[in-house]
Design a binder for this molecule. Structure first.
Ligand code: HEM
Length: 416
């Protein structure tokens, strides 16, 4: 909460005056209110101006087609510098390619894409399956444990460690640095105060700088660091420490929170919808369409933000040059005019990939196929082993953020 946001006394989305509705309040998801905020905005004010916000006023775009239109128009709606609803502080704003426009964006994205290219994923599939099986086989039976820690964090961390070729014994540093990165006032989560956050991230930079130096001196490989260190467009990045750190933060968070929260969300959705789990059990090939449905339904990245480079008429509203424009993917994914029965979890939809959870346009998620692969393998291996599914035995705990919609604890039990 900052000076521009006043403590909300009434958070009820339907009784507040429309003009005061501010969906960037960081606790809405935790309190189970975010979807209702979005429903009201989609219905009554699909291009909505909130004068408050973490660092000032911003537009909310909540309908599917409008999100696609803004995300596709990078000439007018820039990613330069900030991609969350609030601006990063002046004194510490590491740069990276998700928060950049062409040509910087294109060159840097291209340098790391081979780590998750289709042929590389084919090579990695057997390894991911073996590790997933190992983690699932090690789970306790007939007793309560936290699925987030034992499965979602462990599996996404193992995969990310592979993409970075990161020292295996230190791999839990990755989710730790991810949590530090996503803890900012701008997203409404201050678990790590700004100074401590900066100190920890500089440690992360120090750790990775050593790895970079080793990779630069060795023959090229397919991990993120080696790819950047050997690419003519990015090989000097290490000399610009804040840009190097920014890209590390992007790759760490990109491959971490997102898939992790989809792994946890999927368990809740299957538990709440036993008929859908029964369909999957009867036909495990449905994992291919269950996975995009899980991702749509969870929408782990709630929004991306752009900045208007010029005045622009949109949806009957006048967006002025310099204004913040937030695309709420979490809302587009429940837009009843585009997705049939959007509030239902249905694993055999005819167009399961018709969602905006991965964004759209030139910044569309670089790791989308990698994420789908990890989740598909997870569900294929779950149905093989646990015919009764995973029982959720307590209230899931949800994180505080207007950006990452996360599940921090999920007590479950697997039948003995
Ligand atoms: C369910 C899992 C995931 C979801 C929902 C997700 C979502 C997103 C979204 C919404 C964007 C921004 C799109 C836009 O601005 O149009 C994005 C970008 C990105 N994602 Fe993901 N992501 C996931 C998994 C991953 C994984 C596994 C990786 C890495 C291995 C990754 C790496 C990235 C990167 C590098 C970008 C920046 C792309 C660019 O700016 O060109 N993501 N992701």
């Amino acid at each position: 909460m900052t000076a521009t946001q006043t403590p909300a006394t009434n958070l009820d989305p339907w009784t507040q005056p429309l003009e005061t509705l501010d969906p960037s309040e960081g606790t809405l998801y935790q309190r189970g209110l975010l979807h209702e905020y979005m429903r009201r905005l989609r219905r009554e004010d699909p291009v909505h101006w909130s004068p408050t916000g973490p660092t000032g006023g911003y537009w909310s775009v909540t309908r599917f087609d409008d999100i696609v239109a803004i995300d596709s128009n990078h000439q007018v709606f820039s990613s330069d510098r900030d991609i969350t609803v609030g601006d990063a502080p002046e004194d510490f704003a590491p740069r990276n390619f998700i928060a950049a426009d062409p040509p910087v964006h294109d060159a840097q994205r291209k340098s790391v894409t081979p780590a998750v290219a289709p042929h590389r994923l084919v090579e990695l599939e057997a390894l991911i399956r073996e590790r997933t099986a190992g983690v699932l086989d090690s789970l306790p039976r007939g007793e309560t444990f936290d699925w987030v820690d034992k499965v979602s964090i462990e599996l996404t961390t193992q995969f990310l460690a592979t993409l970075f070729d990161f020292p295996w014994e230190d791999r839990r540093l990755l989710p730790y640095w991810s949590d530090v990165t996503t803890s900012t006032e701008q997203v409404g989560n201050t678990t790590f105060p700004a100074e401590e956050r900066e100190r920890i991230l500089m440690e992360c930079l120090g750790y990775f700088t050593k790895l970079w130096t080793e990779r630069a001196a060795a023959p090229p490989k397919f991990d993120f660091l080696s790819l950047m260190a050997h690419n003519p467009e990015t090989r000097d990045m290490v000399d610009n420490p804040l840009e190097f750190l920014g890209n590390l933060m992007l790759l760490i968070v990109g491959g971490n929170d997102t898939t992790r929260n989809s792994m946890s969300g999927g368990v809740i959705f299957m538990h709440d919808n036993p008929a859908e789990f029964a369909k999957l059990k009867a036909n495990p090939a449905l994992a291919a369409s269950a996975v995009p449905e899980i991702i749509r339904y969870q929408s782990p990245v709630a929004h991306m933000r752009r900045t208007a480079l010029e005045d622009f008429e949109f949806g009957g509203r006048h967006i002025r040059k310099g204004e913040r424009v937030v695309m709420w993917y979490v809302s587009g994914n429940r837009d009843e005019s585009v997705i049939e029965r959007p509030d239902d979890f249905i694993i055999d939809r005819t167009r399961p990939r018709h969602h905006v959870a991965f964004g759209f346009g030139i910044h569309r998620c670089m790791g989308n196929r990698a994420a789908e692969l990890q989740l598909r393998i997870l569900w294929e291996e779950i149905v093989k082993r646990f015919p009764k599914g995973i029982e959720v035995v307590g209230e899931p705990e949800r994180g505080v953020s207007n950006f990452i919609l996360g599940i921090t604890k999920l007590p479950v039990r697997i039948a003995a």
